[in-house]
Design a protein around this ligand. Sequence first.
Ligand SMILES: Cc1cc2nc3c(=O)[nH]c(=O)nc-3n(C[C@H](O)[C@H](O)[C@H](O)COP(=O)(O)OP(=O)(O)OC[C@H]3O[C@@H](n4cnc5c(N)ncnc54)[C@H](O)[C@@H]3O)c2cc1C
Length: 498
Amino acid sequence: MGSSAVQQVKVAVIGSGFGGLGAAVRLRQEGEHDFVVLERGASVGGTWRDNSYPGCACDVPSHLYSFSFAPNPDWPRTFSGQPEIRKYLEGVVDRFGLRGHLRFHHTVTGARWDEGTARWEIETEQGRYSAQVLVAATGPLSDPSVPDVPGIADFPGEVFHSAQWNHDYDLAGKRVAVIGTGASAIQIVPAIQPKAGRLVLFQRTPPWVMNRMDRDITAAERFVYRHLPASQKALRGALWLVREYQVGAFVKRPGLLKVPEALALANLRKHVKDPALRVKLTPDYRFGCKRVLLSNTYYPALAQPNVDVVASGLKEIKGSTLVASDGTEHEVDAIVFSTGFHVTDLPVAEHITGMNGRTLAEEWEDGMAGLRGTTVRGFPNLLLIIGPNTGLGNSSMVLMIESQLNYLADYLRKLGSTGAAALDVTASAQLRWSDEVQRRMARTVWNTGGCRSWYLDAKGNNTTLWPGTTAHFRRETRTVDLHEYDLIRTPAAAPVNV
Ligand SMILES: Cc1cc2nc3c(=O)[nH]c(=O)nc-3n(C[C@H](O)[C@H](O)[C@H](O)COP(=O)(O)OP(=O)(O)OC[C@H]3O[C@@H](n4cnc5c(N)ncnc54)[C@H](O)[C@@H]3O)c2cc1C
């Protein structure tokens, strides 16, 4: 247990993935040194610390999936692996002198807005903090979701989630079930298939899979990037631009997606010769409705004789036998749940309590909402990194994070210049924003493509993705418009609308 004294800081950041570290760098660049980064893990990296499964790599090219302010000329591959990305983030800590701000093993168990002091009172497993501004960078994909399958408690073998890989368990020769066919599963399956005795893939829905243009980045290229930084910048720009153009098809003209759909079908035909397997692997919804997955090795792995694709979900477990919804039974030694994360029911929302004792989870009972993906009515001076409707289907989340960092920097400036203790979004500004986002969402392939994806919440609303280009989001988050906020001038005083 830590000390019982409350540590006072200007800003408390929760999380040390791309979002939390980015916030820390930006705070320092803005001349703000009075902040801590509270992290429940033992090191930084977030996604890239936790997901160490075989084959784990980014699916947006590394030269785009990295901070613009911390280019890495030494990326080893187009789509670098988890160890390299984790090393990169550790490098960011040292490059920007962040170590002194980091507090590991500091799970935030509660953060309560105190209307009397106009501050966030934060409880962690190692002591209390009081902050004027709270930045929650807890990650959209950081809390693993494991379905409550009947009989799982009595399964005698090994069970783990893809984000909590048990490296002590040797899969060699074992009968392994992989549950799920999302972005993690399609990396895991080809990586473990050669080792496993038998691999049973439980597939509720087949994904659309495109070829991944992955290759080693040569020493010569790296030399050029190191000595001619403009060349790396140009590459990043080109990678960004292609994705900016692509998004139009997802958002406005899903009809255009017939072209990549045909390419994906050709990819399937090329690698899977067995007609019955091909039928199982052919999606019955529009390309792009679920995240499009990139792999050159997934289909070839599924075509191997030691692999069974069960085109059905997992219904129950009887001893070591997995029973699929289609009634087939499969005896296995180990189960790997590649079943994603709590995305629209973020656990941290239950621990953040705003005005009138209302938790963020209660506020979001009908779905996540906020202004510009960042602030939420009734939660003054709380900024969410990767909040509602900031996710991307096809480009780098780091671009969105950096936009939110611009907003954070301007937020702190405005807070200082107005002399207010806090800012609270007006209900009308938040509603206007959410309505506009949902209006643009209505025609996207994510909402109209005929699938049920993790982008949608329990009510079927898409509260996760950004229906536009990253440039559009950048413009929308460049500055804080004070007309969208109530100013809380003195503690416990009534808000003043400007
Ligand atoms: C396997 C995988 C591959 C991905 N590949 C890509 C890709 O190629 N391109 C892309 O754009 N995106 C990708 N993503 C999405 C990825 O999550 C984001 O790009 C980005 O890493 C999110 O950063 P973050 O800091 O917001 O969250 P995270 O990296 O999840 O970090 C959140 C941090 O908050 C900490 N935390 C959470 N709750 C608490 C608490 N209560 N108290 C204290 N600390 C807490 C966590 O321990 C974690 O360290 C991928 C995701 C996964 C899971």
